[in-house]
Design a protein around this ligand. Sequence first.
Ligand code: NAI
Length: 336
Amino acid sequence: MKIFYFQAEEWEKGYVSEKLKDHSVTFFNNRLEDNTNLQDDEVEIVSVFVNCHIGKEEMDRFPKLKCIVTRSTGYDHVDIAEATKRGVVVSNVPSYGENTVAEFAFALLLAISRRIYDSFKRIKDTGIFSADGLRGFDLKGKTIGIIGTGKIGKHMIRMSKGFDMNIVAYDAFKDEKAAVELGFTYMTLDELLSASDIISVHAPYLPSTHHMINLENVAKIKRGAVLINTARGGLIDTAAIVLALKNGTLAGAGLDVLEEEGYLIDEDALLLSAHPNIESLKTTLENHYLMEHPCVIITPHNAFNSKEAIERIVLTSIEDIAGFVAGSPKNVVMVK
Ligand code: NAI
């Protein structure tokens, strides 16, 4: 089968070619949308990464397309309804180590709670070895609210236990057994927002989870809380984060994902488009406000990016491709 593999790293090319040696694999260093004129009448499988949008227009470029393999857990960048309509199978990597993202979420939290970035920057910028003005706060005894108690959320809960924190959680589909085993309490989203000193988001981005935290319920957040988001930007209305930082509801935020983060990779596309989308422009401006804010740490969607996780991601996506070719697709994503 003819396969197009986008955003391939150099080491990946040899590894994937070897594993899929009976197939014709063409590697691209960049994203599908960076190859604006690319079309192919023979390609049946495309493999993409998380920041590569595949909608109707992209699928139209490959009339024989039968399978999309995304090398990620989240699949909100693929138009699943359109793929299903065309009979195109979409496979993802449902799990590659929940610890990887949870460890990163904790790294963001600790960087904020103990002023790690500010401390490091003082030494780096000034060479002044002084802790004046760099006081943080302990995690022990604080309440952490976990939104989404799936694989990553549960790992966060285990880690939070290790820090002697109180744990509350919200999930649309409760796992009561886990609540007993791991020792946490489910509550409504509003209750969680009011009770938590730290809020960490681990739900998938779906139409039903769009702007779960928004301009209305942001006021429920306990004053001085810290918000961590390593899930998806669209789960939280960016305007709500800006408002909460401005009025002191939030004391800080650690964000690995942003709404409209795709435009931060290519802002020219937004600014120079014939009909710029006003909402996207507004969100991009708000993202810049957050980037400049002294109490916000933003990382470039990097939580998945550990050596061990990448090896597992690539291996599983090769298995996804091999499964599809063998007539038994694996890790198939369904319309919700
Ligand atoms: P999972 O599927 O194991 O858990 C998701 C949890 O969210 C489930 O317990 C589910 O019941 C819950 N949920 C579903 N709808 C909900 C709703 N309306 N309200 C509240 N909870 C709801 O997924 P996993 O592996 O824990 O990953 C979570 C998310 O993390 C992924 O969907 C992905 O978007 C994001 N992620 C981010 C990465 C990064 O590099 N920043 C890397 C990997 C995942």
